[in-house]
Ligand binder design. Structure first.
Ligand code: SF4
Length: 285
């Protein structure tokens, strides 16, 4: 499940030197941002994957307490503070959300646990001056290409390998809410995020045209044993997609946390006349 919240300051784009990462993946290209890098990797059989490596100052973790998430200076922090790796669980995606370019790739396939772990290994190797064990926060966001719960056996295997090596890892799994999904294993340092996007079910069905997803009411009864509340991600296209009444009716504020994200503008969102959605200001960086 691609997380649409991202950085936006582009500073550099170039091809990787030394393309082979390991036996499983190859690096073709990357772009550097003020607070991280996005990599275009390829599987051995030629499928593209996006993996992100970002960081932030530690104080941004308390955006709720501070009631805003602006950086207080030009210092964008470091991987020693908050280090986030965004992992793909598929190349391409069969869900085909209306604002996402991933669903429009010519072909798609699920990645193996080894290919997921290899993405993390590669990012860690690129930053040999710091161990994830020494970061104040080390987070794996299962939010890049693909829907994790359509490849959940491999995702769970990869989570175990990563957590065995770095026990301080916080895993953050984003899903559209697949029918029949088992959330009983979401506990401790593993947290769930639901892609809500609209409280209008008809519009949500158009936006996320995957028949095997649950309705919002079914999300509202999900309980996990995570250390953190389940996040409701709202990538809002229209103002009318938000409904405080529906939100209060369906979701318990003691179990759910709301995040509002912009669309990462791309050819598909532009073609569907959404652009970057209704978010006018991003206040992180
Ligand atoms: S098509 Fe939807 S589910 Fe698939 S990667 Fe894009 S946003 Fe995520």
């Amino acid at each position: 499940m691609e997380d649409t919240q991202n950085t936006e300051v582009k500073t550099e784009e170039r091809r990787c030197t030394g393309s082979a990462l390991n036996d499983l993946l190859y690096c073709r290209n990357f772009k550097s941002f003020r607070n991280g890098i996005v990599y275009l990797l390829y599987t051995e059989d030629g499928y593209p994957i996006e993996t992100t490596d970002t960081f932030l100052p530690y104080y941004t973790k308390d955006a709720i307490g501070k009631k805003q998430n602006k950086l207080i200076s030009k210092d964008a922090g470091s991987r020693k503070e908050r280090w986030m790796i965004g992992v793909s669980v598929m190349s391409g995606c069969p869900v085909d959300c209306k604002f996402c370019a991933t669903g429009k790739l010519d072909k798609w396939r699920k990645l193996t646990a080894g290919e997921m772990v290899a993405q993390v290994k590669y990012i860690v190797e690129q930053n040999s001056n710091i161990s994830p064990l020494d970061s104040k926060e080390f987070k794996i966001n299962w939010t890049r290409m693909g829907e994790p719960f359509l490849n959940i056996t491999e995702v769970k295997k990869a989570i175990k390998v990563i957590s065995d090596k770095y026990p301080n890892t916080h895993h953050y799994i984003s899903t559209i809410g697949i029918k029949g999904a088992d959330y009983s294993w979401i506990e401790g340092n593993i947290t769930l995020q639901f892609s809500v996007h609209s409280f209008d079910e008809d519009y949500r069905n158009w936006l996320i045209p995957f028949k095997g997803k649950v309705k919002l009411e079914e999300m509202g009864i999900v309980e996990t044993a995570s250390n953190l509340k389940t996040t409701l991600n709202l990538t809002m296209v229209r103002k009318e997609d938000f409904s405080i009444t529906e939100m209060q009716r369906i979701f318990d504020k003691d179990k759910f946390f709301v995040k509002i994200s912009p669309i990462n503008e791309n050819d598909v969102s532009i073609a569907n006349e959404m652009g970057s959605g209704i978010i006018e200001q991003q206040n992180l960086i």
